[in-house]
Design a binder for this molecule. Structure first.
Ligand SMILES: Cc1cc2nc3c(=O)[nH]c(=O)nc-3n(C[C@H](O)[C@H](O)[C@H](O)COP(=O)(O)O)c2cc1C
Length: 312
């Protein structure tokens, strides 16, 4: 049987497999990062980090049900120095993406300056879309995105990508794309959790998570249609040298196929990784390869971005 190639390339960064973890999913502590380094994921991304460590919001702050997850974590992370020191001491066997999510421009710039000094960090994913901190979701304020990216590209020496919130209108995506097209961005990751959802425990007649009166970011199966539409629209509006990483609602090899068909170069797994643990990467890899075999595709480039529309 001929080998099926599920490797990928994100603007020159080679991924042996197009499947990786999503930021925030079991990628905060030393143990979790080691686990990911030893897994079959094609790359590793860290929890979004701040300059100083944070303990995050009070628990319960995460809940999962059959078709989704809700979280309001409040960015618990060990701070930039921990992530830099951790990788500095390791033999690296896959690309390392550092996710950053400072609360101000100054904080992000300080983090970026530190990351410039690390030879082990391959690229940066700027989180423009954290939904849980009672601060503005930066990705929804296009003026501020321009200011922010202008600063970032003056400071950072690493390839830069942006993690975007889901957008719900064509115009919003078109406008955001025309901004992103003006910068030397390597990749965009679509999508972060869908902001401001709620889950109710009907026995207790109460919200299920404590922070923010129970409002939280929604992930898991139920957000896949929004991830797909965002990937597909960004794929049509972004310059072709900007790669797309799909994220949202992936729990099977067929879901990965759909993300790539819409234009994703690689995919990230959040809720399903938290739910299933590290073996999820082996399972998804196997399912994707088996599905491509059935379809007679030899590599992800055979069908990437080739989604058909129904013409009259
Ligand atoms: C518990 C939890 C923590 C998260 N933390 C982050 C984070 O720190 N930075 C980030 O960019 N996204 C974060 N996310 C969003 C995920 O990376 C992902 O975009 C979202 O969950 C959708 O993917 P999924 O449907 O596979 O879960 C978090 C999601 C969850 C469930």
């Amino acid at each position: 049987m001929e080998k099926i190639d599920i490797s990928s390339n994100i603007k020159g960064i080679h991924l042996s497999s197009c499947i990786m973890n999503a930021s925030g999913a079991l990628c905060s502590s030393e143990k979790e990062l080691l686990n990911l380094m030893n897994s079959s994921s094609g790359a590793l991304i860290t929890k979004s980090c701040t300059y100083y460590p944070r303990i995050g919001n009070e628990k319960p702050r995460y809940f999962e049900w059959s078709i989704g997850s809700i979280n309001s974590m409040g960015l618990p992370n060990l701070g930039i120095d921990f992530y830099i020191d951790f990788f500095e001491k390791k033999d690296i066997n896959k690309p390392i993406f550092l996710s950053i999510s400072g609360f101000s421009m100054e904080e992000n710039i300080s983090i970026l300056k530190k990351s410039n000094r690390s030879s082990k960090i391959t690229a940066i994913e700027l989180n423009l879309s954290c939904p849980n901190n009672n601060i503005e979701i930066l990705g929804y304020n296009l003026k501020k995105v321009v200011q922010f990216l202008t600063y970032v590209f003056h400071i950072s020496k690493k390839p830069i990508g942006v993690k975007l919130p889901p957008y719900f209108t064509d115009r919003h995506i078109k406008n955001m794309s025309s901004i992103l097209n003006q910068f030397p961005i390597s990749f965009v990751t679509c999508v972060n959790s869908v902001p401001n959802g709620m889950y109710i425990d009907i026995e207790k007649e109460s919200v299920i998570i404590r922070p923010n009166q129970g409002f939280g970011g929604i992930g898991g199966k139920m957000i896949k249609p929004f991830a797909l539409s965002n990937i597909s629209k960004f794929y049509s509006y972004l310059k072709k040298n900007i790669s797309i990483i799909g994220c949202g609602g992936i729990s099977s090899g067929k879901d990965i196929f759909e993300h790539i068909l819409c234009g994703a170069n690689a995919v990230q797994i959040g809720t399903k990784f938290i739910n299933e643990g590290i073996t999820v990467f082996d399972r998804l890899r196997k399912e994707l390869i088996e599905f491509l075999e059935k379809k007679n595709y030899k590599s992800i480039n055979d069908f990437k971005g080739k989604l058909k529309t129904i013409d009259k």
